[in-house]
Design a protein around this ligand. Structure first.
Ligand SMILES: [Cu+2]
Length: 268
């Protein structure tokens, strides 16, 4: 007698569960984030719109329970790696001026902070040191939504990108899974004729982004900690592309690109 009741409850809940993740719009300025201060928990698409004149991204960091923004600010005054009570959740990776990028993360309730690690041309300080730091409270109340299914997956290891299948022209939802021992990111760039992903690595790591970029970064997923997954949305046109990780290495502090975390591929 109980079975029909359970079945009815499931069919009632199904249409609700298929509603897509809400879109949380964040506007990047030179040098601040403009966004609401709190949001419901659950799958959420972050849309970063770049209103600035420089390249920006959004890295979402979660503080362990019991830690406050004051603890975070105090920790940021000291050099060295991020505290063990923080984790990298991902986020929409770079948007050129006037462009937007999207990534979807499943948010658990708690205290988060949005950061931009990108530097101004010739300046070693990240934008977060100039004000691109914004707290975000994720409420216990759930949004009840479902993340859109991914059509491709890229696994991050120390130090490679492995796609489950080659990316094709058109719109994609790409899942990023960090199977590695360290945090990583994925930055995508379309390579103009004659340019390589090594040119982009040199431009960021050695030239500190002075002068015009050899290839314009235009999407991907910001830093994500081991054991986590998130997705990003991307629209590709035919051509040559590169993927690269600029996260500093846990052992030597060098960019992961210097450890070989780059790849190139052709989209048909
Ligand atoms: Cu990496």
């Amino acid at each position: 007698m109980f079975i029909p009741v359970v079945a009815a409850a499931l069919s009632l809940s199904a249409p609700h569960a298929l509603k897509p993740a809400p879109v949380f719009v964040v506007r990047a300025k030179d040098f601040s984030f403009v966004a609401p201060a709190e949001i419901k928990s659950g799958p959420t698409t972050f849309k970063l719109i770049n209103d600035g004149k420089e390249l920006h991204h959004l890295t979402l960091v979660k503080l362990d329970s019991g830690k406050t923004m004051k603890d975070f600010s105090d920790a940021m005054q000291k050099p060295g790696p991020f505290p063990a009570w923080t984790s990298f959740v991902g986020g929409p990776n770079p948007a050129a001026p006037g462009k937007s990028v999207e990534a979807t993360m499943t948010l658990e309730p708690g205290q988060y902070v949005m950061l931009c690690f990108i530097n101004s041309p010739g300046d070693p300080k990240p934008h977060m040191a100039k004000g691109m730091v914004k707290p975000l409270t994720v409420l216990p109340e759930a949004n009840g939504r479902t993340a859109r299914a991914a059509d491709d997956t890229v696994h991050l290891s120390d130090y490679t990108f492995t796609f489950s299948k080659p990316l094709t022209a058109g719109k994609h939802v790409v899942q990023v899974v960090n199977d590695a021992a360290q945090p990583h990111e994925i930055v995508l760039a379309k390579l103009p004729p004659g340019k390589t992903i090594a040119d982009l690595a040199k431009y960021v790591d050695e030239d500190l982004m002075k002068g015009p970029p050899p290839a314009m970064p235009f999407g991907g997923l910001a830093t994500i900690s081991p054991g986590r997954a998130a997705t990003f949305n991307i629209t590709l046109t035919p051509g040559r592309y590169g993927a690269i990780c600029f996260v500093p290495d846990a052992k030597d502090g060098k960019s992961h690109s210097a450890h070989g975390m780059t790849t190139e591929f052709t989209v048909k």
